[in-house]
Each structure stands twice: as C-alpha cells, then as structure tokens.
Ligand binder design. Structure first.
Ligand code: NAD
Ligand code: TYD
Length: 343
C-alpha cells in the first residue's frame, strides 16, 4: 500500500511510521508541519529507506495537500496530525480549532477529490485517528466507553477532536469517502513529548524536581502502550471496514497518583515519592476514561501485547537511556504551562 500519514513526526505518528517501514512493504508519505511537538529525530532511522518520504506541510494548506495526493497517489490515509495537549487547549484554543477542525476539513476535501479520481476497483481508506476524550467523563461505576457512547466533550481539545470526528463521518455518509474513525485511550511510551503525564513525571523525577499531580491525583485514565496503538492503526487501515468506528484501549485503568508512584518506584522507590506535590486542579478535569475494546478484538483480532507494568518499565528505561533527546527539548523548546502552581 501507499500510505499518506499526517503528523508522522509526533509521538504516535512516528511510532506508526517506524512500524510500517520496519515491519511491512508499504510505502509512506509523511506530511507534518513540525510544530513544537514534531521531531524529525523520531523517524531518523527510517529516513534512509526508499519507502519513506517526507514533506513539511501544514494540513490547512489546501494546495499543498492536494499536490501531495496527486503526486503520491495514496491507497490509504492515516490522519494523526493534531494539536493534542489538553492544558495547551485551555491556555490557547485557537491552534486546536485551526488544525483539528480546519486541517481535518482540508484533508477530507483533498482525500475526496483523490478518491473520486481513482478507478472504482481500487480500494481506498481514510482512517481518522481520534481519542476517547470525545466521550467526556465517566463516573466511578459507569461502563467503559464503546463505539456507541454518545459524544460529550468537555475541553477545547476534546471538543475540537469531536468536531473533526463528526466531519470525517459526514464526509463518509454524504460523499461516500471510505472513512474509518478510531477512538483511543491515553498512550504512553518512547518519544512522548515531556508535557504529558508519564514523560513529564519521569523527567522531573530524574531532575529531582517537584512532581505536580493535579487535584488529589484520583482521576483515572486507561493506558495503552504506543506500539500497541500503532499496530491497531495499521491493522484498521489494512482490514477495517469503511463506515466503522473502532474503540481502542489498554484495559489498564489507573489513577494518576498510582501512575506517578509507579514511576517513582521504578526509579528508586521512596525518595522520589517525596517529590510528589498535589497542585491546583485542571479546570473541567475529566474524572475517568475507560474503553471497552470488545469490537476491535472480535472483528480484527487486535489486542494489547504489553501490560501497563511492563510498558511503564520499558518507557522509564527508554527515557533513562535517551536523556539527550528529552533534555534538549526541556532546555530549548519546552514551553511549560500550568505547571508548578501549588494548590
Ligand atoms: P503529538 O502532539 O505528539 O504530535 C502531533 C503531530 O502533528 C506533530 O508531529 C505535529 O508537528 C503535527 N502537526 C500539528 N499540527 C499540524 C498541522 N497543522 N499540519 C501538519 N502537521 C501538524 O500528538 P500524538 O500524541 O502523537 O497524537 C496523534 C493523534 O492521536 C492526535 O490526533 C491525537 O488526538 C490522537 N490521540 C492521541 C492520544 C495520546 O494519548 N497521545 C490518544 C488517543 C488519540
Ligand atoms: P495528560 O497526559 O495531559 O493527558 P489527558 O489530559 O489527555 O488525559 O494527563 C493525564 C492525566 O494526568 C490527566 O488526568 C491530568 C493529569 N496530569 C497531572 O496530574 N499533572 C500534570 O502535570 C499533567 C500534565 C497531567
């Protein structure tokens, strides 16, 4: 297959690119604007492959995106480019509206024009990669989210992703674009930008800085190792059904404080736990996310290959052995927001 990936220099997109180039015969065109979250070093080992191509492109640039479709002639799209951090969406939502909504619209229009140009016999799929956060916040005893859960986004990030999901499905229903939507839970693993919970706590603990846990640390997320998400996305592109939605998760619900204590334990037990500080809570902080993965397990045979404990240990090891990667980010590009404000 010829696969057009958007956001392939980000955390999950780069895991997808690495998996495709190293584990299949598919060819990739990676379109990425290289925002603060995009980093060419995440795919450096793939760059020499003649099946890997890169263009620095903003997905809001209709002419550039149309040209990419016409020249690369993709059989499928994996759309991951997005603004992805909730705290940034609270401090400045404009980029989220632009990339997540206008950018997705621009990409859908280009994909539709390309799909209409292709011979009918040649299959095409557009996989729109989204989040479980579009479903809102679960109570402690609620059933996990699944493909039928109504949308109820509560942050500017999740609202912009919800809007982009609706656009993608509308282009499927109204114009016949073969769209598939995935809604995945929180990812963790190598090359995650150190503003998200897991890498932020690892690098702060290593620097013996305070570990800012929002509120009482009781919010629950369902954690999936990034390579397992990448495997699911490639499988959905190869064999998912157009018009379908796939809910993806790790079946690994943990309270934030458990995750942070787990990281401290992996590093050196008690002394780092003393760095934990309960700080002012995030506004509108969703209490719990959890995902029921029965549908993707039953129809595509996908399941997570790594437990949370094993994945977290691998992730901590990776950050320990890649200090040059994250310290360069912290020293030059990191624009931390909402951190360090004590309750
Ligand atoms: P990320 O922030 O690490 O990477 C986003 C990438 O998109 C970066 O490389 C960035 O340069 C690029 N990008 C941003 N705006 C762009 C634009 N206008 N044009 C082209 N490229 C642009 O994000 P991530 O964590 O890898 O998430 C990828 C996708 O998966 C997002 O759509 C996100 O909503 C979704 N998702 C993320 C998680 C998670 O836990 N991180 C969970 C479920 C779903
Ligand atoms: P995050 O990694 O930002 O992902 P999301 O908001 O998309 O779930 O945050 C995960 C959880 O960790 C969330 O409940 C907020 C919490 N959190 C903290 O307690 N402290 C922090 O410094 C950050 C970044 C997040």
């Amino acid at each position: 297959m010829r696969i057009l990936v958007t956001g392939g220099l980000g955390f999950i997109g780069s895991a997808v690119v690495r998996r495709i180039i190293s584990g299949s015969d598919h060819e990739v065109l990676n379109l990425d604007k290289i925002t603060y979250a995009g980093d060419p070093s995440t795919v450096a080992e793939m760059a020499s492959s003649d099946r890997y191509h890169f263009e620095r492109t903003d997905i809001c640039d209709a002419a550039a995106v149309a040209r990419a479709f016409a020249e690369f002639r993709p059989d499928g799209v994996l759309h991951l480019a997005a603004e992805s951090h909730v705290d940034r969406s609270i401090d400045g939502p404009a980029d989220f509206i632009q990339t997540n909504l206008v950018g997705t619209f621009t990409l859908l229009e280009a994909a539709l024009a390309w799909h209409r140009e292709r011979p009918c016999a040649e299959p095409f799929r557009f996989v729109h990669v989204s989040t479980d956060e579009v479903f809102g916040s679960l109570g402690p005893d609620d059933a996990p989210f699944d493909e039928t859960t109504p949308y109820s986004p509560r942050s500017p990030y999740s609202a912009s992703k919800a809007g982009s999901d609706h656009l993608a499905r509308a282009w499927g229903e109204t114009f016949g674009l073969p769209v598939i939507v995935t809604n995945c839970s929180n990812n963790y693993g190598e090359y995650q930008f150190p503003e998200k919970l897991v890498p932020l706590m690892i690098v702060k603990a290593l620097r013996a800085e305070a570990l800012p846990v929002y509120g009482a640390g009781e919010n629950v997320r369902d954690w999936l190792y990034v390579d397992d998400h990448a495997a699911a996305l490639v499988q959905v592109l190869e064999s998912g059904y157009p018009g379908e939605t796939y809910a993806i998760g790790g079946s690994a619900e943990r309270q934030n404080i458990e995750v942070v204590r787990g990281i401290c334990d992996l590093l050196d037990a008690r002394p780092r736990q003393d760095l934990i500080e309960f700080v002012q809570d995030r506004p509108g902080h969703d209490l719990r996310y959890a995902v029921n993965t029965d549908h993707i397990c039953a129809t595509l045979g996908w399941r997570p290959s790594v437990s949370f404990e094993e994945g977290l240990a691998r992730t901590v090891d990776w950050y320990l052995s890649h200090e040059e990667w994250w310290s360069a980010i912290l020293d030059s590009r990191y624009e931390g927001q909402r951190l360090g404000s004590k309750a």
